[in-house]
Write a protein that binds this ligand. Structure first.
Ligand SMILES: *Cc1c(COP(=O)(O)O)cnc(C)c1O
Length: 398
């Protein structure tokens, strides 16, 4: 397959993607599209972006050989350490890139949505760095659940607006950010946090996150002398996964494995695995796979990890699944938590609960493919998850 072909002119990845938005948003998206076409791949923008990645974000992030996990799993395991990036996850690659773009488009303020708070923190940091005011929409439920991240955003000068409409979580926060944006599409830049939403966001976010896979590809060749047999990443909206996978799409020998949040099980409402259990439909401007009931009502999701708890997924992943290039599986809450403990004990690395889903999937792959070279996208660190880890894994210990 020729990955460079996607998306097409209309923002489609095969039959997925596109732009399903009210008339009021079309002009704003056209403006963004023109800005992306003009700046994103210009030498000037790329130089500025890469300087920020190097001197502020801390890139390239390390590739770590996981010696103990490798011996335990009977495989060879490398970790691409996005947990070492500034603010503790891959989200910053996208946030700083979009904020640099916002400046070039003459925006006077940044708005963003956030679920677990990681994109909110990254956006607040990027806006502070570049001297723009920042408003973060966050579901009221998540404001409660993610108090430490709310504090971090405020300390960096952002205004956090709790959203009480709808499900009062990520989906409602995105709706509210879109509403804000249409009221002032020229002065305001909407920095979207994952590879979802209407075109050109899934493309823009993929391009900004592909630095993960480009670095990992070179580092594997340097350290392992070969490309991996498989690259594994967790999938919420799908930004860290597409960033890791995209530079490997044309490497036929590299299998790609995306791991979704399997939650409590396969029932509707018990998980957030839109690719594994979803059906085609339109969510927040994009035709993709979504968790909906027989009447097309989008359903609430469940996952132990707030960052994967979303009822849709980026359209490029829906396409990569239907083309067969990428395989997607789900890992349950329990599998993720046990993989998290194993990684922490073996490697001295506490991954985010989102990230732990990738470890759970990789462990399964290793059991079926002894000796395989496995590259895991370590999307973020777990410090933010301490309150929930206290209540789950540590409950007997405290
Ligand atoms: C937000 C987040 C995710 C999920 O988002 P994607 O867009 O699917 O990458 C995964 N891991 C971490 C650490 C996150 O913060």
């Amino acid at each position: 397959m020729n990955a460079a072909r996607f998306p097409d002119q209309r923002g489609r990845y095969g039959k997925f993607g596109g732009r399903y938005v009210p008339e009021t948003l079309v002009a704003a998206l056209d403006r963004l599209q023109a800005g992306v076409d003009r700046h994103l791949h210009s030498a000037d923008f790329q130089a500025e972006y890469h300087l920020e990645l190097k001197t502020w974000v801390g890139r390239p992030t390390a590739l770590t050989y996981a010696d103990s996990l490798s011996r335990r799993w009977g495989a060879r395991v490398w970790l691409k350490r996005e947990d070492l990036a500034h603010t503790g996850a891959h989200k910053i690659n996208n946030a700083i890139g979009q904020t640099l773009l916002a400046k070039r488009l003459g925006a006077k303020r940044i708005i963003a949505e956030t679920g677990a708070g990681q994109h909110g923190v990254a956006s607040a940091a990027a806006a502070a760095r570049l001297g723009l005011p920042c408003v973060v929409y966050m579901g009221a439920v998540d404001v409660e659940r993610q108090a430490p991240n709310v504090g971090r955003m405020k300390l960096m000068g952002a205004t956090v607006v709790p959203v009480t409409s709808g499900d009062a979580t990520l989906r409602a926060a995105i709706d509210e950010a879109l509403r804000d944006w249409v009221s002032d599409p020229e002065g305001t830049y909407y920095s979207l946090g994952s590879a979802v939403g209407p075109h050109p966001y899934p493309y823009l976010v993929r391009e900004l996150q592909s630095v993960i896979g480009r670095e990992a590809r070179t580092q594997m060749q340097e350290q392992a002398g070969a490309l991996p047999d498989v690259a594994v990443a967790c999938v919420g909206g799908g930004s860290n996964a597409i960033g890791l996978f995209h530079p490997f799409l044309d490497d036929a020998g590299v299998q790609l494995l995306g791991i979704e949040a399997g939650g409590r099980g396969a029932g509707l409402g018990d998980n957030a695995a839109s690719l594994t259990f979803g059906t085609p439909g339109v969510l927040q401007g994009s035709y993709t796979l979504i968790l909906q009931d027989a009447d097309g009502q989008v359903r609430e999701t469940h996952s132990v990890s707030a960052g994967l708890d979303y009822s849709g997924v980026g359209p490029e992943h829906a396409h990569l699944m239907s083309s067969g290039r990428v395989v997607y599986e789900a890992a349950t809450d329990a599998e993720a938590l046990s993989a998290l403990t194993e990684c922490a004990e073996c490697e001295g690395i506490l991954p985010a609960i989102e990230t732990a889903h990738a470890f759970a999937g990789a462990r399964r792959y290793a059991a079926a493919h002894p000796g395989a070279r496995i590259l895991i996208g370590c999307s973020g660190r777990g410090d933010k998850d301490m309150p929930i880890l206290q209540r789950t894994i540590l409950k007997d210990a405290v």
